[in-house]
Ligand binder design. Structure first.
Ligand SMILES: *[C@@H]1O[C@H](CO)[C@@H](O)[C@H](O)[C@H]1NC(C)=O
Ligand SMILES: *[C@@H]1O[C@H](CO)[C@@H](O)[C@H](O)[C@H]1NC(C)=O
Ligand SMILES: *[C@@H]1O[C@H](CO)[C@@H](O)[C@H](O)[C@H]1NC(C)=O
Ligand SMILES: *[C@@H]1O[C@H](CO)[C@@H](O)[C@H](O)[C@H]1NC(C)=O
Ligand SMILES: *[C@@H]1O[C@H](CO)[C@@H](O)[C@H](O)[C@H]1NC(C)=O
Ligand SMILES: *[C@@H]1O[C@H](CO)[C@@H](O)[C@H](O)[C@H]1NC(C)=O
Length: 214
């Protein structure tokens, strides 16, 4: 009798361990990370003081996309970019849209896409405290390629506030600017902290899940 129940116990615990390992394996295989998007370069020629083409309102930009998944490809739908101008710290006015073609990106790859947008309307030279700020947003949908299969589509979006040099028309920060969860407000640091908290609590939940199954 005692031997039988010991057997049952071993059987039971190996079943639980097996199930736990299977779930862990599936979780590691199916887990995906969103690609990161950056405004790598931004040039607004009509602000360039050393050129006469002030009537040229075109916005020229480079978008950088980084697939963080080491073993999964990413298929992007059309990438829709919107450009707004800050009128004051809390208000923006739509300027232009730009759409980049759908494309596939391999494991762990980084891509740079060059694009342009044609603003409509006047008053593009509006400043906030003597500085020119643009609100840049991206929206698309992505699906991940795991071995030979595609996952369902996921929404991907983000935005950033980009300061442009009033006399050269170039982005002030020479580094790429992450299109993340920064709110369309100037001088606010609240949201990145919130995003960080969400990331942390997700990590904590994953950890609990981990402990419960191993
Ligand atoms: C501004 O215009 C001048 C003259 O066309 C050009 O040489 C310069 O490269 C432009 N500045 C930028 C940042 O492109
Ligand atoms: C504005 O300038 C850009 C690059 O300097 C050029 O590609 C574009 O055709 C120009 N647009 C107009 C309307 O002249
Ligand atoms: C922007 O909003 C913040 C808080 O909502 C407020 O304190 C500030 O005065 C507003 N600024 C402008 C220029 O409207
Ligand atoms: C940008 O696109 C949206 C919808 O896709 C449209 O409502 C809006 O008018 C467009 N803005 C400009 C400046 O073309
Ligand atoms: C913006 O352009 C208008 C004319 O279109 C001009 O009167 C004004 O001085 C410009 N503002 C800045 C900040 O360059
Ligand atoms: C803007 O560009 C001019 C000329 O390229 C430079 O002298 C100035 O320091 C820049 N200003 C800022 C705030 O980066």
């Amino acid at each position: 009798m005692a031997r039988e129940s010991a057997n049952c116990c071993t059987c039971c615990s190996s079943f639980i361990t097996g199930t736990g390992l299977t779930i862990l394996f599936l979780w590691l295989t199916l887990r995906t990370q969103h690609p990161k998007c950056f405004i790598q370069s931004f040039y607004f020629p009509s602000l360039n003081k050393t050129t006469n083409s002030h009537h040229n309102n075109t916005i020229l930009f480079t978008l950088k996309l980084a697939n963080q998944n080491k073993d999964k490809g990413v298929k992007y739908d059309h990438l829709r970019l919107t450009f707004n101008l800050f009128l004051d710290a809390n208000t923006t006015r739509p300027l232009a849209n730009s759409t980049l073609d759908s494309f596939y990106q391999g494991h762990g790859k980084t891509a740079e896409k060059f694009g342009s947008a044609e603003p409509h309307g006047s008053g593009v030279n509006r400043t906030v405290d003597g500085k020119v700020f643009f609100r840049v947003e991206i929206a698309t949908r992505v699906k991940y390629k795991i071995l030979f299969f595609y996952t369902k589509r996921h929404r991907l979006f983000g935005g950033a506030n980009v300061e442009v040099n009033v006399s050269s028309g170039e982005k002030v920060d020479p580094k790429g600017i992450r299109l993340g969860n920064v709110p369309p407000r100037l001088g606010s640091e609240a949201a990145p902290v919130r995003g960080w908290l969400i990331a942390f609590s997700r990590f904590f939940v994953s950890l609990l899940f981990f402990i419960a199954f191993t």
